[in-house]
Design a protein around this ligand. Structure first.
Ligand SMILES: Nc1nc2c(ncn2[C@@H]2O[C@H](COP(=O)(O)OP(=O)(O)OP(=O)(O)O)[C@@H](O)[C@H]2O)c(=O)[nH]1
Ligand SMILES: [Mg+2]
Length: 200
């Protein structure tokens, strides 16, 4: 009897874990996005000042729980020599958040080229991608319609893709994106099942 009740308890309280990579060029705002996301959505997390965030050397890990789902975020540094690290995580990840600095017209081509290349990886076939047009609070932003118009490359076909305007700094456009992502990873779970984290 005890083992039956214990088994049910574990089943009810287990969480499906999905891994989400946060990628994009250096200075795009990935770590700020992750920090703001935790401040808005992680229960009991008070956070740090966004002004204290420095360029990522390696990777930051964050997590939030959304109902029965746990999202584990991997925010990997975007500097050129760190981009080679990204592919180490492709086989494990369930979704990608790709952050674009929409106030940096000069690096838009470079950013989209890298997005196209990474989505061309066989290890990421069918993986949902949320493209975040970040820094919308700045005055010098290019319209996100420009970005959408450029997102027509073949590696974007046959996967869920959403472009959302956001300001990681102000916190706008973040929750909508995460809620969309939760739906996508669940819908895609037969192709890429979650990791099950049992309560011990
Ligand atoms: N105005 C404004 N600034 C932002 C926003 N998001 C990030 N920033 C600023 O952009 C700079 C880079 O932010 P990070 O979060 O460190 O960028 P990153 O993509 O993690 O950079 P790497 O770790 O080097 O790959 C910082 O000065 C942030 O304060 C935003 O939404 N609006
Ligand atoms: Mg960073």
């Amino acid at each position: 009897m005890f083992s039956l009740v214990y088994g049910l308890w574990k089943y009810w309280f287990r969480k499906d874990e999905y891994y989400v990579m946060i990628l994009g060029l250096d200075n795009a705002g990935k770590t700020t996005y992750l920090e703001k996301c935790k401040q808005l959505m992680a229960r009991g997390y008070s956070g740090i000042s966004l002004d204290r965030i420095s360029p990522t050397v390696g990777m930051n890990v964050g997590r939030i729980d959304v109902s029965t789902i746990r999202l584990i975020f991997w925010d990997v540094g975007g500097q050129q020599d760190l981009q080679t690290l990204w592919e180490k995580y492709y086989t494990e990840c369930h979704a990608i958040i790709y952050v674009v600095d929409s106030s940096d017209q000069a690096r838009m081509d470079e950013s989209l080229h890298i997005l196209e290349r990474l989505l061309g990886s066989d290890h990421l076939t069918g993986i949902p991608v949320l493209v975040v047009a970040n820094k919308r609070d700045k005055e010098s932003c290019f319209p996100s319609s420009d970005l959408k118009a450029r997102l027509s490359f073949p590696s974007l076909k046959n996967r869920d893709c959403l472009v959302l305007e956001a300001s990681a700094y102000k916190g706008s456009g973040i929750q909508d994106g995460i809620e969309w992502l939760v739906q996508c990873v669940q819908l895609n779970s037969s192709a890429r099942p979650p990791h099950l984290r049992e309560v011990s």
